[in-house]
Design a protein around this ligand. Structure first.
Ligand SMILES: [Cu+2]
Length: 462
């Protein structure tokens, strides 16, 4: 992180604290002080020092909301408000979120906890909070109009319920949902088991993040909220590669990763180098007899998935959505196929009249990762990121699962690039050229498959 960036964070932080103070002094006397987060970095796990103990999660590029205990009730204070989220350095988006960030903070509680959650609405319109997946009294379910009056702008509502079952959950508005979710209003919720649970294992590392997506025209700062499918910024916790923090673990750690999907499409989440089990879904922990190993799991819209694995292969393992359009950033969709066309020098001229114009390279698209073509202000390059061997040509929903022998227990910091043991990296073959194996040409040029499926006169009669 460079100095300019830190300074910007400092000023943003100062402004946010002033805003929080102003609220605390007036309308919110008696409520828990709202905690505002100014950093986009992954916060260390929040080890509970009040309430019942549990093994905390780590939220990628996020944090856990602190609480206070009040006569045996855990009290949280969420503030729904406009925020500016740094999606990647140099690319800031006007979003709506909670307590200074989108997504909002992760809420972590223990099965059986009695909860009181104050929600202050600092948005320009009404809102509500739906506690996605929870068992709770119907009037606490947060569906504006159906189960409660909307929370008007400027007002604070209170939700009270008990965390009845352990698992991975989410929260989001059930009020002007299309707008408010397209603007980034959402958060994760983890309910830890109150005692040893037969279907929940103790893990060494427990990560969580949300899949979310935005439609931000290159050069603009505010998402378009009417978009149904054609999003161009594919995020994990409102960040895109290479600005999504890596998941850093110690060799042989048991690792749990919780993923929730609040985009408008499904995301097959793929991990390299390891098989994993689905140990939890929306409905809670899965019975072990229902589990099988996979390397990709599809997370459908509105779903949560918990995957679990032993990280027993050291290395820098890619972890990403397997839809290739979701591992690139803005401008990936409208470019024509220019393979074979020489267009050198054209892009700069065309961008003068059409700032978001980009061309696919004449040899494929890899040039775009390498050259970091000139971009309009405030957007994310379509294919970017550099590894120790060169450009990655990625973006969007992509990060790295880093498994290291010497990563200390409890240390979540990035260990840097993997040191590959000598002789274990794919490399150029410098020996004799090998003869290329080709199918033998025959006099009859019809491919074998076409021949096999060609219906015979006999079968056509039926
Ligand atoms: Cu995807």
């Amino acid at each position: 992180m460079n100095t300019t960036h830190s300074r910007r964070q400092f000023f943003a932080g100062a402004a946010a604290s002033v805003a929080a103070l102003a609220v605390a002094r007036s309308a919110l006397a008696g409520l828990p002080e709202p905690v505002i987060q100014t950093s986009v970095n992954t916060a260390p796990p929040l080890v509970p020092n009040t309430g019942r103990p549990y093994n905390p999660v780590v939220t990628l590029n996020g944090w856990t909301l602190p609480w206070r205990m009040n006569n045996g009730v855990k009290e949280f204070h969420l503030v729904a408000e406009p925020v500016v989220r740094e999606v990647m350095p140099g690319f800031k988006v006007n979003m709506w979120g909670y307590n200074g960030q989108s997504p909002g903070p992760t809420i972590e509680v223990v099965e059986g906890d009695r909860l009181r959650i104050f929600v202050t609405n600092k948005l320009p319109e009404h809102t509500s909070v739906h506690w996605h997946g929870q068992r709770l009294p119907c009037g606490m379910d947060g569906v504006g109009g159906l189960t409660q009056p909307q929370i008007p702008a400027g007002k604070t509502f209170v939700y009270e319920f008990e965390a009845r079952r352990p698992g991975t959950f989410m929260y989001h508005p059930h009020a002007d949902e299309m707008t408010q979710m397209a603007m980034g209003m959402m958060g994760m919720w983890v309910t830890h088991p109150k005692a040893k649970h037969p279907h929940i294992s103790d893990v060494d590392r427990d990560f969580c993040f949300l899949l979310n997506a935005f439609d931000v025209e290159p050069g603009s700062k505010t998402p378009k909220v009417n978009t149904m499918l054609d999003f161009n910024i594919w995020c994990w916790n409102s960040r895109v590669f290479p600005a999504i923090d890596t998941l850093n673990v110690r060799l042989n750690d048991r690792v749990r990763i919780r993923v929730g999907n609040l985009t408008m499409t499904n995301h097959p989440i793929h991990l390299h180098g390891h098989e994993f089990l689905i140990t939890g879904t929306d409905g809670g922990p899965t019975p072990p007899s229902t589990r099988w190993y996979e390397v990709t799991t599809d997370v459908a819209v509105g779903q949560m998935r918990q995957i679990e694995l032993i990280a027993d292969e050291p290395g820098d393992w890619a972890m990403h959505c397997h839809k290739s359009h979701h591992t690139m950033n803005a401008m990936g969709h409208d470019v024509p196929n220019m393979i074979g066309v020489d267009h050198r020098g054209l892009v700069g001229k065309i961008q003068k009249v059409a700032p978001d114009y980009m061309l696919m390279g004449e040899r494929g698209m890899a040039d775009m990762g390498e050259m970091e073509m000139p971009l309009p202000d405030n957007t994310a390059p379509m294919m970017t990121g550099h590894g120790q061997f060169g450009p990655l040509e990625m973006g969007g929903m992509f990060t790295v699962f880093k498994v290291r022998k010497d990563q200390k227990p409890g240390d979540y910091s990035d260990p840097g690039p993997y040191k590959f043991p000598e002789g274990t990296v794919a490399h150029e073959w410098k020996g004799e050229p090998l003869p290329a194996a080709r199918p033998k040409a025959s006099a009859d040029a019809t491919p074998a498959v076409a021949k096999a499926v060609k219906p015979s006169a006999a079968t056509m009669k039926h």
